[in-house]
Design a protein around this ligand. Structure first.
Ligand SMILES: Cc1ncc(COP(=O)(O)O)c(C=O)c1O
Length: 379
C-alpha cells in the first residue's frame, strides 16, 4: 500500500530532536522555529517529559473512559490553577479539530440553536463543524457546507450584533490571534463587546486557543490580554508537546449530562501524563515569562529588516509580513540556513512559532540567517 498523498513535503527527515534542535537522518542540525505547527511548547524530548511518559507507559498506557482515572482530575486541577480557570470543567479529546467540534456541539446542545458565527480567515480544524467554521472553501466538502455558518470581518461589532439578534446563533467561535490565517487579531474593545453581546443573546462564546494557548502569547491564554472570560476555551497543540491531546474548558453554567460528549482515546493515561509533564515544565521553567521576554527581544531585533512590511503577533506567536511571497525564502532558510519556519494563508507572511524555551541566542541566529538570505539574493 502507498500513502494517500495529501501533504507537499520538504525533503528533510528528522530522526532526533532536543529542545529547539531537530536532527535529520544525515546528522544535519536545524533550528526549529516552527515546532511542527506550534506544537512543541516545552522543547523536543524534554528530560522531565520523557521520564514521565516512560514511567506512565510502564504502569498503564490506556484504559477507556468507563473507569476511574485520577490523572484526569490531577490534570484538570493543575490546568485550572495555572490558567486562572479553576472553576471551569475539563473535557479531554485528542486533537484541535476534535476540541472545536465538541465545543460547537456543546454550544448547540446548551442553547438549542444551530447557526455559528465565525470570522474571515479563521482556521478551526478539518472535521465536520470545525471545518465548516473554517474560512477556506478548498477544504470544505459538500458534506461540510451543510452546516450553517456566517463569516464576518474582525473588529466590526455591529455586523456581529445584527446576526446575534436574529436569535438562531448557538456560538461565536474566534481565535484570539489568528494562526493559519496570518496573525490578525481583534481589538480589546471588540472582544469585550463580543463577550457582552453573546451573553445578552444567549450565545456561547468559544475562544479557540489551540495555537495561541499554553503560554505561547506571553500569557497562559491570549484572550487574557483582553480581560474577557469565554464560555468555552478549546486547547490542543502545545498541551501535549507532541503527544496527541486536546480538550475544552467549560464554564460552570454549562451543565453536563451522561453521554452528551464522549471519546475512546480522550484523556487516556499516557495523554494525561504528557499534559501534566508539560504544565510542570511550563511552571518550573517560567516559560510563559520567557515567551513574553523573548518575543519582545525578537520584535526589537527585526524592526527595520529589509523587505519587512509588518510585524505581527504576541509572545512567541509571531509573523513577519514581507513585500513578496515567502515560499522561496522558507526553502532557503531550511535548506541553506537549516532553520524551520512556517507559512500562512497570507502568502507573504513568515510565521515563527518556536518552542517556548528559545532565547536571545536562537533569535540572533535567525536574524543573521534571514539577513544572509535577504542580502544574498532577491528571493
Ligand atoms: C487555531 C486552530 N484551531 C484548530 C486547529 C486544528 O487542530 P488539529 O490540526 O490538531 O486538528 C488548528 C491547527 O492548526 C489551529 O491552528
Amino acid at each position: 500500500m502507498k500513502l494517500f498523498d495529501v501533504y507537499p513535503l520538504y525533503d528533510v527527515e528528522p530522526v532526533k530532536a532536543y529542545d529547539s534542535t531537530v536532527v535529520d537522518k544525515n546528522g544535519i542540525e536545524y533550528l526549529d522555529l516552527y515546532g511542527g505547527h506550534a506544537v512543541i511548547s516545552i522543547g523536543h524530548s524534554h528530560p522531565h517529559y520523557v521520564k514521565k511518559l516512560k514511567e506512565q507507559v510502564e504502569k498503564i498506557g490506556f484504559y477507556s473512559n468507563a473507569v476511574q482515572n485520577s490523572l484526569q482530575s490531577e490534570l484538570a486541577q493543575k490546568l485550572g490553577k495555572l490558567s486562572g480557570y479553576d472553576t471551569y470543567q475539563l473535557f479531554l479529546c485528542n486533537s484541535g479539530a476534535e476540541a472545536n467540534e465538541n465545543a460547537l456541539k456543546l454550544a448547540s446542545f446548551h442553547t438549542g440553536k444551530s447557526r455559528v458565527v465565525a470570522f474571515h480567515n479563521a482556521f478551526h480544524g478539518r472535521t465536520s463543524a470545525a471545518v465548516a467554521a473554517t474560512d477556506n472553501a478548498k477544504i470544505n466538502s459538500p458534506l461540510n457546507t451543510q452546516q450553517s455558518v456566517t463569516f464576518l470581518p474582525l473588529n466590526q461589532i455591529e455586523l456581529v450584533k445584527t446576526q446575534l439578534e436574529k436569535g438562531d446563533v448557538c456560538a461565536v467561535i474566534i481565535e484570539p490571534i489568528q494562526g493559519v490565517g496570518g496573525l490578525d487579531e481583534g481589538t480589546t474593545d471588540f472582544f469585550q463587546e463580543l463577550e457582552r453581546i453573546c451573553k445578552q443573546n444567549d450565545v456561547v462564546l468559544i475562544l479557540d486557543e489551540i495555537q495561541s494557548g499554553y503560554g505561547r502569547s506571553g500569557k497562559f491564554f491570549a484572550h487574557q490580554y483582553h480581560h474577557i472570560t469565554p464560555d468555552i476555551i478549546s486547547i490542543a497543540k502545545g498541551m501535549g508537546n507532541g503527544f496527541p491531546v486536546g480538550g475544552i474548558m467549560i464554564a460552570p453554567h454549562i451543565k453536563p449530562s451522561y453521554g452528551m460528549l464522549g471519546t475512546t482515546f480522550g484523556g487516556n493515561h499516557l495523554a494525561c501524563a504528557a499534559a501534566l509533564a508539560v504544565l510542570e515544565v511550563i511552571e518550573a521553567e517560567n516559560l510563559i515569562d520567557n515567551a513574553r521576554l523573548t518575543g519582545a527581544y525578537f520584535l526589537s531585533q527585526v524592526r527595520g529588516l529589509s523587505g519587512v512590511q509588518k510585524i505581527k503577533g504576541k509572545g512567541l506567536m509571531l509573523g513577519l509580513e514581507f513585500d513578496f511571497e515567502v515560499g522561496e525564502l522558507r526553502k532557503k532558510l531550511i535548506y541553506d540556513q537549516h532553520i524551520f519556519t512556517g507559512g500562512a494563508m497570507n502568502k507573504k507572511l513568515l510565521r515563527i512559532l518556536p518552542p517556548l524555551t528559545v532565547g536571545k541566542k536562537e533569535i540572533d541566529q535567525f536574524i543573521k540567517a534571514l539577513q544572509n538570505v535577504l542580502i544574498g539574493e532577491k528571493v
